[in-house]
Design a protein around this ligand. Structure first.
Ligand code: MN
Length: 365
């Protein structure tokens, strides 16, 4: 899926965040919260489109005493002729990264067609995971694959790749998540490649796990990642509680797809993302009478600053400018079918990049 030029400058969003952060800051002065959260360096927006610098000083979100923070989604229209609206929980102003996970879009269930024309990526991996429906993926290294429930489609963009994502000819019930993983500096210039990997499933007391990245509860995925990372779907039986031993060096996120859920005792609404600090060795997820389905992501705090704009991840403003120029020159203007991004076998035009904001992008994270 494509970021579709979404910017952080949406006024109502900024105003809302500004207010809630000011309120939080005021309460902090009265009653300081014990420092149970990750270091500030991991806790800020990735693309600095800031016009009001005073807000930066307020960007810290303290963990609640339970060590669980709630990240609320915001609706982002993807645009285009067959538009879908997704619920984005990462990145946001209070948090850029959970491990190397840097982007979480959740969508559906919605009977629709998804049509995302060819668009580029750099410096990241795209993770496509479906609860229902199917999406055909094509990319510029020649891959053609269908994303289906229970299977991971993992595209490593590295130096540069382009892909399209199109659902069936007929409208179908689409329900799933699109996530991105930031590549560490040592791997971000790697040659692009694509994997389709069946999840590794395991029954646990109170539910069932499908591990698509990393290892959990004895199940492991062979999918190739470049930093310590976890991605899994957990189904919790009605009224049950699932206790998972987790790596205390990881921070975790729990995205609630459905059900009345508590995460380590904190209630988390459907479509919300619970953030759990590093330092915990147990994740306890409890479902109400209808059962629940969640996605669990995790990883060691990324520890690198990144610049994320549109569908690119780099380290500097100038890198992002170069990626954009390469895409516009090679693909949109048709200057080089075998350049950084190559060519996708697709019947239609590629997505042009939006204009860059009139300020320099600063690394965050
Ligand atoms: Mn994409």
């Amino acid at each position: 899926m494509s970021c579709q030029g979404e910017s952080f400058l949406d006024r109502s969003h900024l105003d809302k965040l500004g207010r809630s952060r000011q309120a939080r800051s005021a309460s902090q002065r009265v009653a300081p919260v014990e420092a149970t959260r990750a270091p500030t360096v991991y806790d800020s927006r990735v693309s600095n489109l800031e016009k009001e610098p005073h807000e930066l000083a307020l960007a810290d979100t303290p963990a609640s005493t339970s060590g669980v923070d709630i990240l609320e989604p915001r609706e982002v229209p993807l645009g285009g002729p067959r538009a879908m609206t997704v619920r984005r929980t990462l990145p946001q102003r209070s948090r850029s990264l959970i491990g190397a996970w840097c982007f979480v879009d959740h969508y559906g269930p919605e009977t629709t067609r998804m049509t995302v024309p060819p668009h580029p990526h750099t410096g990241l991996q795209t993770v496509s995971w479906l609860f229902s429906g199917d999406i055909e993926h094509r990319d510029s290294v020649g891959s053609q694959a269908t994303v289906r429930p229970g299977e991971l489609n993992l595209m490593t963009a590295g130096h540069g790749i382009a892909h399209s994502e199109v659902s069936s000819e007929q409208p179908t019930l689409l329900h799933g998540a699109q996530l991105w993983v930031a590549l560490p500096d040592s791997a971000r210039d790697t040659q692009p490649f694509f994997e389709n990997v069946a999840a590794s499933t395991v029954d646990v007391a109170g539910g069932r796990l499908e591990v698509f990245i990393g290892s959990l509860a004895g199940a492991s995925s062979p999918a190739r990642v470049f930093s310590p990372l976890l991605g899994a779907q957990l189904s919790v039986d009605a009224g049950a509680s699932v206790a998972l031993d987790i790596d205390p060096s990881f921070e975790h996120g729990v995205l609630v797809d459905s059900g009345d859920v508590t995460v380590n005792g904190t209630s988390v609404a459907p479509t919300h993302l619970a953030y759990v600090d590093a330092g915990h060795d147990r994740l306890e997820i409890t479902a109400g009478t209808d059962g629940a389905r969640v996605l669990i992501i995790g990883g060691t705090p990324f520890g690198e600053q990144i610049v994320m704009w549109w569908n690119f991840i780099g380290r500097t403003h100038d890198e992002i400018v170069r990626y954009r120029d390469d895409w516009q020159t090679e693909v949109i203007a048709g200057g080089n079918a075998h350049g950084r991004f190559g060519t996708v076998d697709y019947d239609g035009a590629a997505l042009p990049a939006p204009e860059l904001p009139g300020i320099r992008l600063k690394p965050r994270g």
